[in-house]
Design a protein around this ligand. Sequence first.
Ligand SMILES: *Cc1c(COP(=O)(O)O)cnc(C)c1O
Length: 426
Amino acid sequence: MRDHIETICVQGGYRPESGGPRQVPIVQSTTFKYDSSEEMGRLFDLEAEGYFYSRLQNPTCDHVARKIARLEGGSAAMLTSSGQAANFYAVFNIASCGDHVVASSSIYGGTYNLFAVTMRRMGVEFTFVSPDCTEAELDAAFRPNTKAVFGETIANPALTVLDIEKFAAAAHRHGVPLVVDNTFATPVNCRPIAWGADIVTHSTTKYMDGHAAALGGCVVDGGRFDWMAHADKFPGLTTPDESYHGVTYAEKFGREGAFITKATAQLMRDFGSMMSPQSAFILNLGLESLHVRMARHCENAQAVAEYLQQHPKITWVRYSGLAGDPYHTLAEKYLPHGSCGVISFGVKGGRTAAEAFMARLRLGTIATHVADARTCCLHPASTTHRQMNDAELEAADVSADLVRLSVGLENKEDLIADLDQALASL
Ligand SMILES: *Cc1c(COP(=O)(O)O)cnc(C)c1O
């Protein structure tokens, strides 16, 4: 029997034994004790399952990772210290020096920087393609050394919607997996693995936590990609790992376990960007209400987007829930229950008007954040993108008048009244 998503949000990943704590226990211990060195040695050889050091695995984190794996319909998952670490691990686990990755150009700025600057310095090349490109344009981006395709279900902050089936088909035609960052949609609104994605990543800092309380990330493996069928492309999974006693991950752990076991055994061991058990506990509290919160974020954002769209002082609104939005059709297919709570729009009068408008909001606080219970807003041109001039901003698809509004869980009439008084004062 397969549980519904709401049930997994509340109870997935952890089942207490009789007399055990009902809430996921915080195992605040760096290390674990064994009766003999031989017993512990079996863990080091990946011959037995268990814990020995929390840099590799911790029971609290594993309970929460298991919940997210089930939410996404995946076979295994690992928690990381941030969304940045999750995307780095997901890609670096299969692409290293001399390899190439195809990525959508419509992605989070931090991920773009990670790929185009830092990973490039590590010898991984990226080709960025428009999420709206044709199949032929997508095919043309591949090279013999391409190892993965990457995109975001709903891009932050561009709010484009990825045609997951189109990107998955192209990836699979070229024998590589599709990695999808599902942060904005969350598995409540879209499950990319069901549409053909192979690996899913999250910044759990956003809706999954939902209260701006704890940074975190997650990598989920769909467990379907056949590494052995493309063994020459993925030697890290299909040939012996000398740093792990000659284990061949794809042989020993199969399609369901190879990717996450390798990422844990090699990348977490060497880079150590693990989530703390305290943060995993906080994340789990957020997950317990994710399905309730996402519905309300979407309901509120839809009402706010419709209000803004008819306001004479607003020049444009981007929200895929609006009938005229360029991504409305894709959203109807991939996000039938709603997209997310983030809207972007332009204020008549450009940069000065946008800044004045935001300063007058009473409920919508100015913050470098999204996907929080509290409504917040950001003017990229004067904050995150302030080093760019107006021409550079246009090229980056961030106009000087753009306001990014993350609609929270307050009463929607109060939010609209707040926007109304701020616009009236301009
Ligand atoms: C915020 C964000 C990230 C980075 O996550 P952090 O937790 O801030 O490291 C990655 N992808 C998307 C889509 C994001 O919104």
